[in-house]
Design a protein. Structure first.
Length: 459
């Protein structure tokens, strides 16, 4: 039987049974030793007494003749633990003491007799006309020891059975609560997290039951927390997806508005300007008021056209759709140089033959816009460097300025533009990092995967 398959109750019973067997065996061994010594002392003492008694009377009766000695011995009969033999002068046996009637017909086992019986003691008393020999006989004493040993063995067996039965019953009562604990654990394993143990008898079982109930309570709390966290994460994911959808819709609306401004309103403003210039030329010198009004219309239409063309890149970079990211960044840099002639703006694009998805190109363009706007508006930079480079299956846009840097109390994530850019980049599988640079200034880095990785992320 494997130890691992034994129950605690069986193990305790086996341990107690083994200890009881060892105890009984030790007691029997000690008792056996004591009985052996007792048998030896009894036999030796009986032999000495018999020898002393016969040695005194042998000469007295021997003087009266052999018949008198024979009659004397017949009168004595059996001497305990001794065999008496009378020999004549020729060595013939004249008398042998009768067999013992004590427990007649029974003998101890040979092996037990060899263990218990001492070496036979032989005493010889010579007298004229014969010889009297006494020899110790321990068979009856050994038989008594054997019977006593059987009684002790039976008592030990009864004691072993009673002790094991009592221990089995007591241990069964003691470990009965553990069955309920195992059942509760199996319920917990099956997914029934409402399993609760009642107060259990016994100090250890009560402590285990209380600990189990606390564990189940904390487990339910953790599961509820995880459920709420999963629900919140799902809602956050839905919110982000909704935000991305709204963002795409806004980009589409911006593009539509930009196209409408460029195609429809731009042509209308251009036509207004042309008609106003034509009217000015026609009424020149004929109607000063009409000429002034036409000039005013021409000037206002020119300012409206310029303002409209300044709004279009902010709404949607049409040049990005028409010419690509490189030309769009160049156009952005050129417009920044015209609007801020005192700021040096540099541009470096090294994409090689890399292909950028439309969303990736737009994210890079918005990153460059955000970096330049922050550098000019908040950092008051005098030098801005924009670099777009490919590294493996990724592309990185860095906007570096020499402005005032980021305030210590303001985190970059607190800027709505940077937060929008970070969420947009994460949605495309990239990241945004903003940090101060030594000795002054800020570095904005936008890292995005190339076209194939963007498509895999979208899938």
């Amino acid at each position: 039987m494997k130890t691992d398959s034994m129950t605690l109750r069986l193990k305790i019973n086996l341990i107690v049974g083994a200890l009881t067997v060892l105890f009984v065996a030790a007691m029997l061994a000690l008792q056996l030793r004591s009985m052996r010594e007792s048998v030896q002392e009894e036999v030796v003492a009986a032999n000495r007494v018999a020898t002393q008694l016969l040695s005194r009377n042998a000469w007295l009766y021997a003087a009266q003749g052999t018949p008198a000695m024979l009659a004397y011995l017949q009168g004595i009969g059996r001497v305990r633990s001794n065999d008496i033999v009378l020999y004549d002068a020729e060595g013939q046996v004249l008398y042998r003491s009768p067999a013992s009637t004590y427990k007649a017909g029974r003998d101890a086992p040979d092996w037990f007799e060899r263990v218990m019986a001492p070496e036979p003691l032989v005493q010889s008393i010579a007298f004229p006309g014969g010889k009297l020999v006494t020899q110790s006989n321990a068979t009856r004493a050994v038989l008594d020891a054997w019977d006593y040993l059987l009684v002790l063995g039976a008592g030990g067996a009864v004691l072993l059975g009673v002790v094991n039965a009592l221990v089995f019953w007591l241990v069964g009562r003691a470990v009965r609560p553990f069955g309920r604990i195992v059942g509760a654990l199996e319920d917990l394993e099956a997914g029934r997290f409402d399993a609760v143990l009642p107060p259990l008898p016994g100090t250890e079982a009560a402590l285990i039951g209380a600990a189990f109930n606390r564990m189940v309570g904390r487990l339910r709390q953790n599961l509820e927390t995880e459920r709420r966290a999963a629900l919140a994460e799902a809602r956050l994911s839905d919110s982000r997806e909704l935000a991305r959808w709204i963002e795409r819709q806004l980009e589409q609306e911006r593009r539509l508005i930009a196209h409408e401004l460029h195609d429809e309103l731009g042509q209308s403003v251009t036509a207004m300007h042309s008609m106003a210039v034509s009217i000015t030329q026609r009424v020149r010198g004929l109607d000063p008021q009409a000429e002034q009004a036409a000039r005013t219309i021409a000037d206002e239409s020119s300012r409206l056209y310029q303002a409209m063309h300044g709004m279009i890149p902010r709404l949607a970079p049409l040049v990005l759709d028409n010419l690509g990211l490189t030309d769009a960044l160049a156009d952005l840099v050129e417009r920044t140089r015209r609007s801020h002639p005192d700021v040096a703006v540099e541009l470096e694009v090294a994409l090689g033959d890399a292909t950028l998805a439309p969303d990736t190109a737009l994210a890079f363009y918005r990153g460059a816009q955000e970096g330049m706007t922050n550098a000019l508006r908040h950092g008051r930079a005098a030098h801005i460097a924009i670099a777009l480079k490919q590294a493996g299956d990724e592309a990185t846009l860095t906007v570096t300025d020499d402005g005032q840097g980021l305030p210590a109390e303001v985190q970059p994530a607190g800027h709505h533009g940077l937060r929008w850019l970070a969420e947009r980049s994460e949605g495309l599988g990239g990241s945004v990092r903003v940090s101060n640079r030594a000795p002054r200034g800020v570095v904005l880095a936008v890292r995005l995967p190339l076209a194939q990785d963007v498509e895999a992320t979208a899938r």
